[in-house]
Design a protein around this ligand. Structure first.
Ligand code: AOS
Ligand code: ZN
Ligand code: ZN
Ligand code: ZN
Length: 426
């Protein structure tokens, strides 16, 4: 399944005139307020978000899983699916692989396929939260933090293997997310678990190529429900600092206790040059992994406000690895990812509309009302014509969901792959 340029252009024809009217109206009114519309459109065009290889099939919960027809059942098909997303949205130009779910059988062939679809290999993810077939040691009681040296060594070696696999594909970062922790008070010695994790991460770090980054993800709970070794950004930052300059904190939006001020975390990490990566999703309760922007779009906008500020003012912070970390229980995964990509671009565009100079001035005058007006003025603008314009310029669809449906992508995938396929993943 591959979408051709002329198919996209055909679907765009129906909406072209109304898009032009909407875009002209918006850009004329923005230009009057001194906004550089072209530069915003260009920034949107350049913004690429990695799709994780495990988000292309239906997820599930411990209560069950409802499959989705025509799911990709191997890495080639997963990359094909991302190709579909990228050709429609022009925003999904990268894949984030999960090892061992996605070990390529033929590296040259996979690279060629990804190249042909303009897809890059972003951060690679290790997995020490599941026992692998024929593994000598079990991660039941932890991996990098385990009290057993043999378990820790196995987990370290797995991460080193993941780096080697990623290196062959052109990845430049390793994301480490640990399920390590404890389910009951007294089960673990917090200090021993943390120190073991630090020492193990240092061993992995030693195997990191010079131009690579290590991204340390944190999460307050689940699957362990009493304590998690890397519970928050503070723990992640300490571990990253303990490793060295190439180690950074990774923020997953779903990995905070309720009402955490994520935008502030993001801001301070950038100030310290230590924000390395981002997992987008949305949630009402915890790590719900729902469609980006579906529950708390204003919070997402405030986070993007800090990201935009950081990208402009914090040269000490590197370029970030952007990824969607979502799970799909009831939606077509590809439609869900299209919605997420749209929500990310929308929040980014609104943040780019913020008049930073005026905001600074209002802050210096302690004009609290004005500060709020500036943020909310940007937030309340309907920026969708800017997104559509960026997609149009890049060769994408004016309305990706409409195009996906009118091109009957899912039914073609079912015809090609059959109904009862299962994607490897969560
Ligand atoms: C788990 O909760 C984390 O969000 C991870 O980033 C990710 O979902 C996992 O590593 C899947 O491989
Ligand atoms: Zn994540
Ligand atoms: Zn998560
Ligand atoms: Zn998540």
């Amino acid at each position: 399944m591959k979408i051709k340029q002329n198919q996209i252009q055909d679907t765009n024809k129906i909406n072209l005139q109304s898009h032009q009217e909407k875009f002209d109206f918006l850009s004329n009114s923005l230009i009057k307020t001194g906004t550089d519309v072209q530069s915003i459109v260009n920034k949107l065009k350049d913004f690429q978000v990695a799709i994780p290889s495990w988000a292309l099939g239906a997820g599930g919960t411990r209560f069950g899983r409802f499959g989705f027809y025509g799911e990709p059942s191997n890495l080639e098909e997963k990359i094909d699916d991302i190709g579909v997303l990228h050709s429609l949205t022009q925003t999904a130009g990268a894949v984030s692989l999960h090892i061992p779910w996605d070990i390529p059988s033929d590296y040259a062939a996979i690279k060629e396929k990804a190249d042909a679809l303009s897809i890059k290999f972003d951060a690679v993810n290790s997995n020490t939260f599941q026992d692998q077939k024929d593994a000598a040691e079990s991660y039941k009681y932890g991996s990098l933090s385990n009290t057993s040296k043999a378990v820790r060594e196995q987990a370290i070696q797995h991460n080193l293997d993941v780096i080697k696999i990623g290196d062959k594909l052109g990845s430049k970062a390793l994301t480490v997310w640990l399920a390590d922790g404890s389910c009951f008070p007294g089960q673990n010695n917090f200090q021993t678990a943390f120190q073991n994790t630090q020492d193990s991460l240092i061993d992995i770090y030693k195997g990191l190529p010079d131009d690579w980054k290590m991204l340390v993800e944190y999460k307050p709970y689940e699957p362990n429900f009493y304590s998690t070794v890397i519970q928050d950004w503070g723990a992640s930052l300490m571990l990253a600092n303990g490793c060295g300059d190439k180690a950074y904190t990774l923020v997953d939006l779903g990995h905070h206790l309720p009402n955490s001020n994520i935008e502030q975390i993001v801001s301070i990490l950038q100030l310290k040059g230590k924000l390395g990566g981002f997992h987008f999703n949305d949630s009402k309760y915890g790590d719900d992994d729902l469609t980006v922007g579906s529950i708390k779009p204003y919070a997402l906008f405030l986070i993007f406000n800090e990201l935009v500020y950081g990208m402009e003012n914090n040269p000490q912070n590197p370029d970030l690895a952007w990824m969607i970390d979502a799970s799909h229980n009831v939606k077509d995964p590809l439609e869900d990812l299209i919605q997420s990509l749209e929500a990310i671009q929308e929040a980014y565009a609104k943040a780019l509309l913020i008049d930073q100079k005026a905001l600074k001035a209002a802050q210096l005058e302690n004009d609290v009302v004005k500060c709020q007006e500036i943020l909310q003025g940007a937030y309340r603008t309907d920026v969708r014509p800017l997104l559509a314009e960026a997609r149009l310029k890049a060769g994408g669809a004016l309305s990706p969901i409409e195009a996906y449906r009118s091109l009957n992508v899912r039914s073609q995938l079912i015809t090609e792959r059959g109904k009862h396929t299962v994607a490897t993943g969560l």
